[in-house]
Design a protein around this ligand. Structure first.
Ligand SMILES: C[S@@+](CC[C@H](N)C(=O)[O-])C[C@H]1O[C@@H](n2cnc3c(N)ncnc32)[C@H](O)[C@@H]1O
Length: 399
């Protein structure tokens, strides 16, 4: 992006952010001056026309962060392996559905469809579920450019139940609005948002404020027992709603979720005393999630223990869970492509190989990101090439 285009885009961002700030302030006033953080985050990310995912230039080198679909062919190859395996485990049905949720730019679905076509695999229908209208438009352009016939919906609730469904998402649940808590004097407090007027030379701004928490989150009390006073973190009420919606849409099928996060024992370890909530702006992670609503991405890591428990409660069983590094490195298609690049030699594959290192190395995205495969109404054995790397028992481990 040129420097003029960049400063124009920053000016637009600032204008949109001021508009959204005024809207949230009005709603705060109507709500008595306090709102839970998930309500603030939902508006900051998804307010029609103003939220971060509704207006910003988000992904890629010119955006605020780069996600795995932009880093070479690797994610799409491993996702295609998952789909082919799931389709075979379902008995190779002629009538099957492919569903992606939260596809962002649409790049991953395009790459996955190209890879499936190379394998002669053709879903009877392809559905892309994307909450943001702005992203749905970007996706529509991407699918049209590839000549793909994709049904687009805003929510899983718009889809009728699909037997033989293969579902995938990358970096979806980290974008679900979270509620925040503080642990004080052995009691739960909820951290919400208030408005502070201009004071001591500081402009008016959103600020944190605590209240008693009526119903405590479903976090194991054994973890809370080790927390220092004032420990802060968050939990994601959206996980349960999402898994219930997925269970309804997928009476029989397999789901793959890739995202950054931990087992509960790691997520809520005593040393992680400020939680995982972060904002991203211009390729930097910043801690102030209340500033510039709509101008920065807000995310929290995924508690995979809570996710798989919510799944089980909805009738979806976990089949395997592991770091992204192991999942990608074991993928037969990834291994085959690495072999091809090595045999070809030459400089062409160097960028792709550098991207692969970033995706699989523990100090890159290989350990923090995890891959979870879940199943409903079908055999629960994981893909054979992943069996040895499964870490599902760690999700229920308590220190
Ligand atoms: C962090 S982005 C990831 C985008 C893409 N999967 C990637 O890896 O580049 C999260 C995406 O999920 C979408 N999203 C968030 N909540 C959603 C929901 N409940 N249903 C569908 N899409 C959702 C956002 O609008 C955004 O496009």
């Amino acid at each position: 992006m040129s420097s003029q285009a960049r400063s124009e885009s920053q000016a637009m961002k600032a204008e949109t952010s001021r508009e959204l700030e005024a809207l949230i302030r009005r709603r705060l006033g109507e709500a008595g001056g306090w709102m839970p953080f998930d309500a603030f985050m939902a508006q900051a990310l998804y307010e029609p026309g103003l939220g971060y995912y509704e207006s910003a230039r988000v992904f890629g080198a010119a955006g605020d962060f780069v996600t795995a679909p932009e880093l070479g062919p690797w994610l799409s190859l491993a996702v295609a392996d998952f789909i082919q395996w799931g389709w075979e485990a379902l008995g190779r049905p002629a009538d099957w559905s492919l569903i992606e949720q939260g596809g962002g730019s649409g790049r991953l679905l395009c790459d996955v469809m190209a890879e499936l076509a190379r394998r002669g695999l053709a879903p009877a229908r392809v559905i892309a579920v994307e909450a943001s209208r702005w992203m749905r438009e970007r996706q529509r352009e991407a699918y049209a450019a590839m000549g793909l016939d994709v049904r687009q919906t805003a929510s899983l609730d718009e889809i009728e139940p699909r037997d033989n469904a293969l579902y995938f998402c990358n970096e979806l649940p980290d974008a679900f609005p979270v509620r925040c808590f503080a642990w004080r004097g052995g009691a739960w407090r909820e951290r919400g948002v208030v408005w502070r007027d201009e004071q001591d030379g500081r402009d008016g701004h959103f600020a944190w404020n605590e209240r008693a928490l009526d119903a405590p989150p479903a976090i194991d009390e054994r973890l809370a027992a080790a927390w220092p006073d004032g420990y802060c973190s968050e939990w994601s009420p959206g996980l349960a709603t999402w898994q219930q919606a997925l269970a309804r849409v997928m009476p029989r099928g397999y789901a793959l979720c890739v995202d950054y996060g931990y087992a509960a024992s790691e997520y809520y370890r005593p040393g992680r005393s400020e939680g995982t909530l972060l904002a991203h702006v211009g390729h930097r992670a910043v801690e102030d999630v209340l500033a510039e609503p709509g101008g920065r991405d807000i995310t929290a890591h995924v508690d995979f223990t809570a996710l798989t428990r919510a799944g089980r409660a909805a009738g979806i069983e976990p089949a395997c869970w592991m770091p992204q590094g192991a999942w990608l490195a074991q993928s037969p298609a990834v291994q085959a492509r690495v072999g091809e690049l090595a045999r070809a030699g030459g400089p062409e594959g160097m960028d792709d190989m550098a991207a692969l290192r970033r995706l699989v190395m523990p100090q890159g995205m290989g350990e923090l990101f995890k891959a979870l495969i879940q199943v409903r109404g079908a055999p629960t054995a994981p893909p054979p090439w992943l069996e040895r790397f499964d870490r599902l028992p760690a999700l229920e481990h308590m220190p």
